[in-house]
Design a protein around this ligand. Structure first.
Ligand SMILES: Cc1ncc(COP(=O)(O)O)c(C=O)c1O
Length: 380
């Protein structure tokens, strides 16, 4: 099997993840922070060690590094926990539905004003000036923006955007960049950074991360037991407990900690360079096949290892199935949960075939994909 669907989820996971998950379940599976017996203490230790690994890799403060079920959960939590009736929010035309759907729901429920900024380049990336102008037009409560498009791989200049719109807080959806680009969240100057644990961070599914800047307060989306301040029926004030109600996914978190340790040892900039090289090779190879079009691709632009393409006259779902069945190549066809991005790059409603590379892919994997596409095109 040649797995080229890392933008959906990483496979395989980082070395050490399976062992960390099993170790937690075998030896550490108490309920962390609930009681004082040895298994509870072991669970708390494993989770706090993982939190420290995640914070260390991403450049956050462990106390403000929140662990929960996924990027989707944390995007919902920041939007619902921060936005008030009538607030104005500026976002981009390249967002995933995990940001747009909660935003549209809040538009209905809280009367938000949502302003969508679209760039004029083929990849649809708006520059920092476009955000500055949008925010300057009226008082704005939040800028919510993708760090890299899961459809095109284009990277948005989030540090420049944060500087341009300051002091308006910026929420970044880093689902496609964490683990795939070297990051130092404190230096990005953003208020909140959200990412998945199961994509570029190479951890198990069912875990995601929210990093908060100091002083950026949220009302909790989910309320419940924390094992702390149990005498009160109000959520505790202190982080991480305020935003982490309920029994956490200990095995997933332990696995994520091991994955972040592996990435830190290996160096994320080496991973980023490897993925960029592979996706560049793929773009060059596909561009030479008659009938293949690349979408949202701009030479020299900052990007992660994601590439969207179509093949003229082909049903993309059928093509993906043929690549899987006939060539053992796994990639995804469709809208990739980001209809706005497809509207922006002109591939709505048909969508694209999307290849997403990871640290374990090789040049041979890439060559196999364009050889397979060429063969399918030639056979028509
Ligand atoms: C850009 C982007 N944001 C958010 C998400 C949601 O992430 P999760 O699966 O961790 O909820 C995804 C996943 O596909 C994504 O690509």
């Amino acid at each position: 099997m040649i797995y080229l669907d890392h933008a959906a989820t990483a496979f395989p996971k980082a070395p050490g993840v399976v062992e960390a998950v099993a170790r937690f379940l075998d030896n550490e599976a108490g309920n962390p922070g609930r009681g004082g017996h040895r298994l509870t203490v072991a669970a708390s230790r494993a989770i706090e060690a993982a939190r420290t690994e995640v914070a260390g890799l991403l450049g956050g403060d462990p106390e403000r590094t929140l662990l929960g079920p996924g990027a989707t959960h944390w995007l919902n939590a920041v939007l619902a926990g921060r936005l008030r009736p009538g607030d104005r929010v500026v976002t981009s035309a390249l967002e995933h539905n995990s940001l747009m759907r909660p935003l549209r729901r809040l538009e209905l429920e809280r009367g938000l004003e949502i302003v969508v900024v679209a760039g004029s380049d083929p990849d649809g990336v708006p520059d920092a000036e476009a955000f500055r102008a949008a925010v300057a037009a009226a008082p704005t409560s939040l800028v919510a923006v993708n760090h890299a498009s899961n459809v095109t791989g284009a990277v948005l200049p989030v540090a420049e955007i944060a500087a341009a719109v300051a002091p308006t807080p910026v929420l970044v959806d880093g689902a496609q960049t964490a683990g795939s680009l070297p990051l130092d969240i404190d230096r990005l100057g953003v208020a909140a950074f959200v990412c998945s644990g199961h994509k570029g961070l190479l951890g198990p599914p069912g875990v995601g991360v929210l990093l908060l800047a100091e002083g950026f307060h949220l009302e909790p989306l989910v309320l419940g037991g924390t094992g702390s301040r149990s005498e009160s029926e109000e959520m505790p004030e202190h982080l991480p407990d305020r935003l982490e109600a309920g029994t956490p996914n200990g095995p997933g978190i332990a696995g994520l900690g091991a994955a972040c340790r592996w990435l830190a040892d290996r160096d994320v900039s080496a991973v980023a360079a490897h993925e960029r090289r592979l996706i560049g090779r793929l773009a060059d190879g596909l561009a030479g096949i008659a009938g293949v079009s690349l979408h949202g691709w701009r030479d020299g632009a900052s990007r992660v290892g994601v590439l969207s393409f179509t093949v003229a006259g082909s049903d993309l779902g059928e093509l993906a199935a043929r690549l899987d069945r006939g060539h053992g190549i796994c990639l995804r066809a469709g809208l990739h949960c980001a209809p706005a991005a497809h509207r922006r790059i002109g591939t709505f409603p048909g969508g694209t075939l999307r290849a997403g590379v990871g640290p374990f892919n090789t040049e041979a994997d890439i060559d196999a994909l364009f050889a397979a596409v060429r063969r399918i095109v030639d056979e028509r």
